[in-house]
Design a protein around this ligand. Structure first.
Ligand code: ZN
Length: 83
């Protein structure tokens, strides 16, 4: 599910966008998919000066896909979000 794209925008440059991975079981892929990475890397609308990247919230971890396509783990989801 992808939603709230550019939700931080409000007419100004976006600083981030995000989507969740609704696949809540341990058997499902947690990390951003290749499709996710390509979508960020190849989207010319996501190259604003202040754009940090796409945040992917999965069950285990929160990831950041940088505009370059680099993926980094921000931290454990449970440390950031109450379940
Ligand atoms: Zn995804």
């Amino acid at each position: 599910m992808h939603f709230n794209k550019n939700c931080f925008g409000e007419g100004k440059d976006s600083i981030a966008s995000f989507h969740t991975h609704p696949n809540t079981g341990k058997d499902f892929q947690q990390e951003p998919s290749l499709t996710d990475i390509r979508a960020v890397r190849d989207d010319p609308d996501l190259k604003g000066e202040f754009y940090l990247g796409e945040i992917v919230i999965s069950r285990e971890n929160i990831y950041l896909i940088e505009p370059s396509g680099q993926v980094t783990v921000i931290g454990k989801t449970e440390d950031y979000l109450e379940s």
